[in-house]
Write a protein that binds this ligand. Structure first.
Ligand code: HEM
Length: 421
């Protein structure tokens, strides 16, 4: 079984490399979701970094966009918010403009001063003191989930561990009814689904599910506004001047942001960590011999996975980058997934090295004013899950191909078959 998987993958990678090097740069569409579903994105970005690091794509089924593929250029765009806007009314933060009717404003898709005012309201959730409190809860729940896993039997790691643990966490952050927590997972999937992804059968179905999400949270919001402040994300927003008067669309936008932010990303990194350690048995042996390496393994796996492959901006003025002129109004995509493989900044970037020096310089959390507000929580969850897995299991073996998500935004997995023996 294992041998066949490796041969299939090697053949697929070879074919992708041939295709990427035979295609003229003028026809490149690096954001095509098929590259991400098939894990064949690498040679396309390798070629762009080497030959045309700032590239304009005009031949895609989506509107024209710039690709920024090198680490330092990405850093420049991400930290120049006066030039590159995140505003949803200009198109927002993903490669496709938000479809009509889905423009729910959230602070990740706002510029200053509104962005910082709203971000500030939820940041107390992620202070070191509060994370210390959460750590106790996370550890207890992780132990329970891991102790309940089947032995000597194939199961889907995504479903049984990654989704379960991140969804439990999310329910806690919102103080959402615990028994109904899988609704959060579903809404996160629906909110980020592409039409061809099969997650929803139609736009009507998508709209109806997100309307149910909106109605559920609107009722919870009314309850929070009319009660004493509590330590959950909704209550924090309900009792802060900057967010108390938010309209319904802005409220739903921020809630979806926090659901997607807290869900897909950590979930996919958790799954990715099992895959990476299976593909690199020497690194797993190193970790087994010295579990203290979890501290550097966590940022390394966040780089290796890059669970959000890109963030997009819109140029507010004409500007130069990488020898190209970007025009006011152009879409500019920062490919974190490519910057994280840039060998001018990251040594041996295609290797997974759990004791990497300066492991935290990766781009996966972004930089600048929108840098991930939940990053410490994500790192904490990943650290705890590995501490507890190492205590319990000799090995978690990947026994089949991962099924990857059809998206160039959320870079992750629908399933990963594993076995604990
Ligand atoms: C923003 C990645 C986990 C909540 C972001 C951004 C990225 C990112 C790339 C945008 C940065 C930019 O535009 O410069 C990740 C990764 C995670 C993770 C890789 C896990 C490995 C989380 C968690 C939460 C969260 C656990 C919350 C529970 C947010 C929010 C924002 C954000 C609210 C918007 C921040 C702003 O606009 O100021 N994240 N994230 N993320 N993330 Fe995360």
């Amino acid at each position: 079984m294992h041998g066949t998987i490796e041969i299939d993958n090697a053949a697929r990678q070879r074919a992708a490399r041939e295709e990427a090097y035979a295609t003229p740069l003028s026809q490149f569409h690096p954001g095509a979701p098929r590259h991400f579903r098939d894990d064949t994105l690498w040679p396309w970005f390798e070629r762009l970094r080497a030959e045309e690091p700032v590239h304009y794509c005009t031949n895609a089924p989506i509107a024209p966009y710039w690709s920024v593929t090198k680490y330092n250029d990405i850093m420049h765009v991400d930290t120049s918010h006066q030039i590159f806007s995140s505003d949803s009314t200009l198109g927002g933060i993903s490669i496709r403009d938000a479809p009509q009717g889905y423009d729910w404003p959230s602070f990740i898709a706002m510029d200053e001063p509104r962005h910082s005012a709203q971000r500030k309201t939820v940041s107390p959730m992620f202070t070191p003191d509060h994370l210390d409190e959460l750590a106790v809860l996370i550890r207890g729940r992780t132990q329970k989930v891991l102790d309940g896993l089947p032995r000597n039997e194939t199961f889907n790691f995504v479903e049984r561990v990654s989704i379960e643990l991140t969804t439990q966490m999310l329910a806690t952050l919102f103080d959402f009814p615990f028994a109904q927590r899988r609704k959060l997972t579903r809404w996160s999937d629906v909110a980020t689904a592409l039409p061809k992804s099969m997650i929803v059968a139609s736009e009507e179905e998508r709209r109806s599910e997100l309307n149910e999400c909106a109605a559920t949270f609107a009722a919870m919001w009314n309850e929070r506004v009319n009660s004493e402040p509590r330590n959950d994300l909704l209550s924090m927003m309900a009792h802060h001047d900057a967010t108390r008067q938010m309209d319904r669309d802005n409220l739903i936008g921020n809630i979806l942001l926090l659901i997607v932010g807290g869900n897909d990303t950590t979930r996919n990194t958790m799954t990715g960590s099992v895959l990476a350690l299976n593909q690199n048995p020497d690194q797993f042996a190193k970790l087994r011999a010295n579990p203290a390496l979890i501290d550097t393994m966590v940022p390394e796996v966040i780089r290796w996975q890059t669970p959000l492959a890109h963030m997009r901006r819109t140029a507010l003025q004409d500007t130069e980058l990488g020898g190209k002129t970007i025009k006011k109004g152009d879409r500019v995509v920062m490919w974190y997934v490519s910057g994280n493989r840039d060998d001018e900044v990251i040594e041996r970037p295609n290797e997974f090295i759990i004791d990497r020096k300066r492991a935290k310089i990766h781009l996966s959390f972004g930089f600048g004013i929108h840098r991930c507000v939940g990053m410490r929580l994500a790192e904490l969850q990943l650290k705890i899950v590995w501490e507890e897995m190492l205590k319990r299991f000799e090995r978690i073996e990947v026994v089949g191909e991962p099924k990857r998500v059809y998206s160039s935004f959320v870079k992750g997995y629908e399933s990963l078959p594993v076995r604990i023996s």
